[in-house]
Design a protein around this ligand. Structure first.
Ligand SMILES: C[S@@+](CC[C@H](N)C(=O)[O-])C[C@H]1O[C@@H](n2cnc3c(N)ncnc32)[C@H](O)[C@@H]1O
Length: 386
């Protein structure tokens, strides 16, 4: 039976998230017998992707897709313009398929509707759930994962969705240490994937300002199932019936190497710790070095992919103009490493960056990417050796 899922995506990353799904789907059909056979019906929307597929397929995507931040399963939709109607409809739904005795949270949004107060909507849904529990007992607790209902009301039309992810998907379970201004894993993955799609495979990368090492962990984990955390769907009482054998696979196994440099000792320590957790599950090589990028001269690491997220100059002070600073990062990286490509995340106000020597800006359906991080508008640009 086909079910509707909504994959929540950071605005700006929707089309690269679609490409990730379309590339990984046929690989999933090879490892899961009987699943992921037909190409899914897919619609790109602002802030997400709507997908129709089998229930088990939608759930499993939590472990394989690295760009979405949450996966919602559409549960029920109906018209309700007042409290009694919302209560009555909600009370009668079959919640026992998804929820256990533990706490349930409701997150609502409302637009152009008579039910216009979020707190009231959430209270009504919770009291209807309490009523439902009296008539249909919920199963005992199993896993410690958040249970959440998302309620969206537009023009008096209520849509209830079940969260299948639990903690947001950018919490991969291997980042225990962070330093200032870490990048979200979902963004880092989008930039890793967009770069690889544009320049072809690479078995190593360098981040010369690695902070807590997010580019490095995402490069390693992109084609590997997330096994370092639990998802909400694993707690659903109907889970074992629908997915009797739950096994995760790797979609590609290549021996990868990552180089992480930074001038700051705490950042290097964070990168070391985060990579060490990942190394318990995946085999790869690491080289970590204390290095001020601007003091670097020549390097043995040549022809690599470099991904870099220099300080934005907002939360972290940078001297001189922001654009001048970003230009000097690019110039230094070309001089020292003559890399295959440089992917750089810049604040959107950075203007007039120029290339040097045999390098050109890549412009295709994957890059550049404009998005936001920590409330700042940013742009990911890719420079490639020609
Ligand atoms: C925005 S943070 C990078 C965050 C990282 N992408 C992450 O996800 O954690 C910028 C990093 O650049 C480092 N940095 C700043 N100037 C540097 C320099 N001249 N050489 C090397 N690292 C530098 C800082 O120590 C900081 O860790």
């Amino acid at each position: 039976m086909s079910v509707e899922f909504f994959l929540i995506i950071t605005p700006g990353l929707e089309s690269i998230a679609r490409e990730e799904l379309l590339e990984k789907w046929p690989k999933l059909s090879k490892v899961y017998a009987g699943l992921f056979q037909a190409t899914p019906s897919l619609k790109v929307e602002k802030g997400g992707l709507t997908l129709h597929c089998a229930e088990a397929e939608g759930w499993l995507l939590n472990a394989y897709l690295k760009i979405p931040s949450r996966i919602l399963q559409r549960f029920e939709s109906f018209r309700a313009s007042d409290v009694p109607k919302l209560y009555e409809k909600t009370r009668r739904l079959e919640w026992t398929r998804f929820f256990r005795e533990d706490e349930i949270k409701v997150e609502s949004s409302t637009h152009a509707s008579r039910l216009s107060m979020k707190d009231q909507i959430e209270d009504v849904i919770l009291s209807a759930l309490r009523d439902a529990r009296e008539h249909q007992p919920f199963r005992k607790s199993l896993l410690k994962v958040p249970q959440t209902i998302f309620a969206r009301i537009v023009d008096d039309h209520v849509q209830l969705s079940i969260d299948t992810s639990g903690e947001p998907l950018y919490q991969r379970g291997y980042k225990t240490k962070t330093v200032e201004a870490p990048l979200r894993e979902t963004l880092a993955s989008a930039f890793v994937y967009a770069s690889l799609k544009s320049i072809g495979e690479s078995s190593y990368i360098l981040d010369p300002m690695c902070g807590s090492g997010t580019f490095l962990t995402e490069f390693i984990g992109f084609n590997i199932a997330t096994r370092t955390r639990t998802f909400a769907f694993q707690n659903f009482p109907c889970f074992a019936k629908i997915l009797p054998t739950y096994k995760l696979y790797d979609l590609k196994s290549t021996q990868l190497k990552v180089y992480g440099f930074d001038q700051d000792e705490d950042s290097l320590e964070a990168t070391r710790e985060n990579l060490a957790i990942l190394k318990k599950k995946i085999n790869f090589e690491i080289e970590i070095q204390k290095q001020d990028l601007f003091a670097a001269t020549k390097s043995d690491i040549q022809d690599t992919l470099i991904l870099v997220n220099p300080p934005f100059g907002k939360r972290i002070e940078i001297s001189g103009g922001v654009s001048k600073y970003y230009q000097s990062v690019i110039d230094t990286l070309i001089d020292v490493y003559q890399p295959k490509a440089i992917g750089i995340l810049c604040p959107s106000e950075v203007r007039g960056l120029v290339t040097r020597g045999h390098y050109e800006w890549v412009k295709n359906s994957s890059v550049p990417i404009s998005t936001t991080t920590g409330g700042l508008e940013v742009k990911f640009e890719l420079l490639r050796k020609v």
